[in-house]
Design a protein around this ligand. Structure first.
Ligand SMILES: [Zn+2]
Length: 231
């Protein structure tokens, strides 16, 4: 996966997350809090995005302190449906890390919201989105909220009991498929924004290079031995 350039900047003033249909704000992000302009929740339901975990390498899912969901909502102004992809990263590894993230206890603490921008946005990678940072008991938690995009046909992600990864359509171009491609395209770049995950990656990279350096050393020794043997 190619790395995507992401620029993170502090929020200045209010950043509006708008309905993709009528462009009216459904969520307002301030530097230190969210505000619901319509006093109604902007995302009503969500579920884990299928097909992502299986596609990640072991290095990409270590530590396993992450969570990613597709959340659907309705615009209070025009009533059209939309969805966002929310992906959360921590840098701790213990049993139940994902469940702990899912409980969202850390959200009770102070939050710092910043704006992310991808200058090389594509039809998969959005141009900009917000990241919320929480200083939790288990270290820094970063939560990216990507979207919203139009959900023209809610039955592509919803069943009789709401949004469900077992319902709807996995067809190319439908929301589950788009969300999976989005997460896989951005995974490494988003993880690298977390200072502890980045440090761990660089450390592992160093370790994985060590055997090849050792191999080089042996090759040089062999070369010297061969050279010495020639005389
Ligand atoms: Zn709307």
């Amino acid at each position: 996966m190619d790395k995507i350039e992401i620029r993170v900047s502090p929020l200045t003033g209010v950043h509006a997350i708008n309905c993709p249909a009528c462009r009216k704000p459904v969520l307002l992000a301030h530097r230190d809090r969210y505000e619901l302009p319509n006093q109604v929740p902007c995302f009503r339901d969500g579920d884990c995005v299928p097909g992502v975990y299986e596609a990640l390498s072991n290095a990409q899912k270590t530590p396993a302190s992450f969570e990613y969901v597709l959340l659907a909502g309705n615009c209070p102004s025009c009533h059209e449906s939309y969805f966002v992809v929310e992906v959360t990263f921590g840098a701790f590894s213990d049993a139940g890390a994902c469940e702990w993230l899912g409980w969202g206890e850390f959200e009770r603490g102070p939050v710092k919201i910043s704006l992310c921008a991808a200058p090389t946005a594509t039809d998969v990678v959005p141009h900009e989105w917000i990241v919320a940072e929480y200083d939790s008991a288990r270290g820094l938690i970063q939560r990216h909220t990507l979207g919203p995009w139009r959900l023209d046909d809610p039955t592509t992600v919803c069943g009789p009991f709401g949004v469900s990864m077992c319902q709807g359509s996995l067809d190319e171009g439908d929301p589950w498929d788009r969300s999976k491609k989005l997460l896989l395209a951005m995974w490494d770049s988003l993880r690298d924004l977390h200072p502890d995950l980045r440090a761990a990656r660089l450390l592992n990279h160093g370790k994985s290079r060590a055997p090849s350096l050792l191999g080089l050393f042996h090759a040089i020794r062999k070369g010297i031995a061969r050279f010495a043997g020639a005389h």
